[in-house]
Design a protein around this ligand. Structure first.
Ligand SMILES: [Zn+2]
Length: 617
């Protein structure tokens, strides 16, 4: 996602081909270094005229000479116009053009091109440009989930993908060239001198030596080891499909005993502290994959296969697998040395558990997705032990003192988070959770799904201490951060480094007014459907919903050290074809720029409609 050539959550550093091979400074170094957004507003002095404002943002490190053209479109009332200008690094240009939409305009696309003028660009357009214009909604249009259009025409979206020609030239530029040195020939014409030296096969001196097959099928092995064996199996299978040669998988290949692809644990990986990182390099005739964990080794194997040996998993299982068979069935690898680490600290993958192997093949599982949590209050106070009639003080009440019962198959009544007895029980249970799961890094303190929060005098007095009034709808973050702090104080010393999490969701979506999160508080901002814009990146200001959501993301990002992003890339409301690649490739870097550290993607298993979106993300 952050390195569009790798289509992966991992960023690579090392001897990788320069993406901007056409000349420094002439083109944006990365796709997202140049962004285009367009808004529009009616001219108050001239009822028939709509003024469109296009923002051209250069967020790269070099100035750009930009030429933009939009062709005439009479059905949209647009005469055509061009822009030319130099945009300095980290600056933007604003270009206005106007439309006179005819009566009855429904939807039109303005079409154009963007060219970056420079010595080596050849004056060929780098981007196509599409500006969508929509006519007014019917007078009785009542859907509040989307913005009602009342103007004669309104710009509703801008899309500027690379031209197919530019994509082809960039792909060609990533192919290995002879200038990188003599490539290693791993296999050719059905035979190979290479073996796979897999150090997990090394047995203790008094134990029997396992074959790879015995190791892979041995019962009781940890999941990370099983998944690594599966990756080694994919490495062997891919090389065989490409070349016809079956590489033996052995525990060790002594020096001088022939070349090897060495998959081995290293004590440390300089400069890459994340446990899922890996180093991939050539050393003499050997290929060496090193990491500090089995997860890192697994990523290293898929890094070799995807980034260097042209093997891809666009969708789960055989349907989405592409193992390119090279000319003369020769599998070669140029000299390389790269160290790759994840862009985020944790991710559950892109398939939401539907295709875990595919997630691993695409390196989208990070830290085993351990930073993940959901609605949790239902698990703390047992209604059988503390029934409403005997313990009303422990439950969420309205101003009249009536318990706000909210029990259904999907959610439950909330407790009162200022009850001392409740706080004591919650702290006890969180300590017990951490005791029982030493591997856990976070426990959830998130209220039940959209259940109303307590309005008792004590809770409102706490709100007031943070400047929150009863009239503040959806401003419960301060109160919940206070609870997070109170629970953290009561954690056992051995659990103090763990995190307590709350979702920015429902009544606690907006950042706090005054409460300061403790250092081990974590918030996951949910791009919940109310805020959801199906088609535009969340930093695209064209959408009023996006403008609000972006301010929420940035607000939380400025306050917490661990910020998660929960999005619905594969929506439970809509199962049709949904092209959102352009949205995801901006959303995720923009989230990271706003202080984001981990992601949780909820997607439905409709891979035929949605799989390629998730692959690109
Ligand atoms: Zn209360």
């Amino acid at each position: 996602m952050l390195n569009s050539w790798n289509a992966t959550l991992l960023l690579c550093f090392g001897l990788v081909p320069a993406i901007n091979a056409q000349g420094a400074g002439a083109l944006p170094a990365k796709f997202r270094d140049f962004k285009v957004y367009t808004t529009s507003t009616p001219d108050t002095a001239d009822a028939g005229r709509i003024v469109a404002t296009m923002r051209l943002l250069n967020s790269g490190a070099d100035a750009l000479n930009v030429e933009v053209s939009l062709s005439e479109n009479r059905a949209a009332g647009f005469a055509g116009k061009a822009f030319q200008g130099r945009i300095e690094a980290k600056k933007e240009a604003v270009w206005e053009f106007d439309l006179r939409p005819p009566d009855g305009l429904k939807y039109q696309l303005l079409h154009g091109a963007i060219t970056f003028a420079g010595a080596n660009t050849g004056a060929t357009p780098d981007r196509e440009l599409f500006v969508a214009v929509q006519g007014p909604d019917p007078v009785d249009f009542g859907d509040t989930r989307v913005e009602k259009i009342t103007a004669r025409g309104q710009v509703i979206g801008t899309h500027a993908p690379r031209t197919p020609q530019r994509v082809h030239s960039l792909v060609a530029a990533t192919k290995p060239s002879t200038s990188q040195g003599t490539p290693l020939v791993l296999a050719a014409g059905g035979s190979s001198k290479y073996q796979i030296a897999f150090d997990r096969l090394v047995s203790p001196p008094d134990a029997p030596q396992l074959t790879f097959e015995q190791y892979s099928s041995a019962a009781g092995r940890p999941a990370a080891e099983i998944e690594l064996a599966e990756a080694v199996g994919d490495l062997r299978r891919c090389v065989e499909v490409k070349s016809g040669a079956a590489l033996p998988v052995v525990s060790a290949v002594p020096a001088g005993a022939g070349p090897a692809i060495r998959v081995r644990i290293a004590p440390e990986l300089p400069g890459k502290p994340h446990p899922d990182s890996y180093r991939l390099r050539t050393e003499g005739d050997d290929v060496v994959i090193e990491a500090t964990t089995p997860e890192g080794l697994r990523n290293g194997i898929y890094g070799l296969l995807t980034d260097h040996l042209d093997c891809h998993w666009f969708m789960p299982k055989q349907l989405g697998e592409e193992i390119v068979i090279p000319p003369h069935r020769t599998v070669s690898l140029p000299p390389l040395d790269e160290t790759c680490g994840p862009s985020f600290s944790s991710s559950i993958g892109m398939s939401w558990g539907s295709a875990p192997r595919w997630d691993r093949q695409n390196r989208s599982v990070i830290n085993r997705g351990r930073m993940n949590f959901g609605h949790a209050w239902a698990g703390f106070i047992d209604l059988k032990l503390y029934p409403f009639d005997k313990f009303p003080d422990m439950w969420s009440r309205d101003r009249a003192g009536k318990i706000q019962v909210h029990d259904s198959s999907e959610t439950s009544t909330n407790f009162c988070s200022t009850s001392p007895e409740v706080i004591r029980i919650v702290a006890e249970k969180i300590n017990a959770q951490f005791d029982a799961s030493p591997d856990a890094i976070v426990a959830s303190l998130d209220p039940n799904d959209l259940a109303p929060l307590c309005q008792c005098d004590r809770c409102l007095a706490l709100d007031a201490s943070y400047g929150v009034t009863p009239q503040d709808d959806k401003q419960m973050a301060d109160r919940l951060l206070h609870l997070s702090k109170e629970i953290h104080v009561q954690l056992k010393p051995q659990h103090k480094e763990k995190y307590l999490g709350i979702l920015a969701y429902g009544f606690q979506t907006r950042p706090p007014k005054k409460a300061v999160p403790h250092p081990h508080h974590v918030t996951t901002v949910c791009d919940f459907p109310y805020y959801f814009d199906h088609t535009r990146p969340f930093n695209d200001p064209t959408s009023s919903y996006n403008r609000e959501f972006e301010s929420i993301v940035k607000g939380w990002g400025s306050k917490v050290k661990q910020l998660g992003f929960y999005d619905y890339y594969g929506h439970f409301d809509f199962f049709g074809p949904w092209g959102i690649v352009h949205k995801m490739r901006e959303d995720l870097p923009a989230f990271r720029d706003a202080g984001g550290t981990f992601i949780v993607i909820e997607s439905q298993p409709n891979f035929s409609m949605n799989g390629l979106n998730l692959y690109v993300a």
